[in-house]
Design a protein around this ligand. Structure first.
Ligand code: NAP
Length: 283
């Protein structure tokens, strides 16, 4: 059984990106990422800090805009408008969740699609739907998963893939990208009947639910590849995925750990998208 080491792969990618950043800087081009956070959500603060640190590691300029919880939607839209026009900003990321007085959809639509490094804008998601996303952005978590599979030389073409979870951030775009990559895809949700039987059909099983222990060993086909996107706190406060790692790893041929799997690759893909945005702006 192979552990799909997201930490190692993310380091490998960052090393490659660092070289690209240096190359751009030689031509007077400095990539810049603007991260906007509204409110004091503790988890968001950690994610934003991780993203900032990753940018610094590879030489991307990053600016964090911290707005208070009661910020009006108009003020956030104004800031996005300003960042859209700022030539030193290659990518814009608005950390979710947003406070309830702000309409998330309006904010996503306000970001210039050329700077949409989260790949949430309908224009960018639409390109993935049509299989035209190659030269633009890919949603970070799904892209991280495909990159893990690719770099681990796991074949996708012709494989049966079951994705548990259908969110706009993970499950749905991941399904599109797996279809584009040549898999036969089944997408499950909270109402799915016979989840166990569906999972047992998977050559590649990907769980993105947010429910510790949901995926147990009896749901896994011998030799399947298992990717765990879930991030949950167990009773002891430890970070765990959706998959019963200990038992499932006895049956799977390859598995991502939590932590040390998909999470770190998500950040690496954000850096990739920021570089892509920089190159697009400086074509
Ligand atoms: P979400 O928006 O809450 O979506 C969860 C999905 O799981 C929904 O589609 C839901 O179905 C489905 N679901 C819930 N219970 C289920 C069950 N018993 N059986 C089958 N499906 C079930 O969550 P998300 O934003 O996609 O995130 C999912 C998990 O991934 C979370 O733990 C999150 O923290 C983690 N995550 C990790 C990363 C990373 O970088 N590692 C990035 C993003 C998210 P319905 O649609 O029917 O409600």
């Amino acid at each position: 059984m192979k552990i799909l080491d997201g930490k190692k792969l993310a380091e490998e990618i960052k090393k490659e990106l660092k070289v690209e950043v240096l190359e751009l800087k030689k031509n007077g081009i400095v990539p810049g990422l603007a991260v906007v956070m509204v409110g004091d959500d503790e988890a968001s603060k950690i994610y934003v800090e991780n993203k900032k640190r990753a940018c610094e590691e590879i030489g991307i300029n990053s600016e964090v805009y911290e707005l208070e919880e009661k910020t009006e939607e108009e003020k956030l839209l104004k800031l996005i408008g300003k960042l859209n026009k700022d030539e030193t900003v290659s990518g814009i990321l608005v950390q979710l969740p947003l406070p309830k007085q702000i309409d998330k959809e309006k904010i996503i639509l306000a970001i210039d699609p050329k700077k949409d490094v989260d790949c949430f804008h309908p224009e960018n998601i639409g390109k993935i739907f049509l299989g035209l996303g190659q030269e633009k952005f890919f949603p970070c978590t799904p892209a991280g998963i495909l990159e893990i599979l690719k770099r681990s030389e796991i074949e996708i073409i012709g494989k049966d893939s079951v994705i548990v979870g259908r969110s706009n951030i993970v499950g749905k775009p991941l399904a599109l990208m797996m279809i584009n990559a040549g898999a036969t895809v089944t997408v499950c949700n909270s109402k799915t009947k016979n989840l166990k039987e569906k999972c047992l059909g998977a050559d590649i099983l990907i769980s993105a639910v947010g429910h510790a222990g949901l995926i147990t060993a009896d749901m896994i086909k011998q030799g399947a590849v298992v990717v765990d996107v879930g991030m949950n706190r167990n009773k002891e406060g430890k970070l765990v995925g959706d998959v019963d790692f200990l038992q499932v790893s006895k049956i799977a041929s390859a598995i991502t750990p939590v932590p040390g799997g998909v999470g770190l690759m998500t950040v690496a893909m954000l850096l990739c998208n920021t570089l892509r945005a920089t190159k697009l702006a400086n074509k």
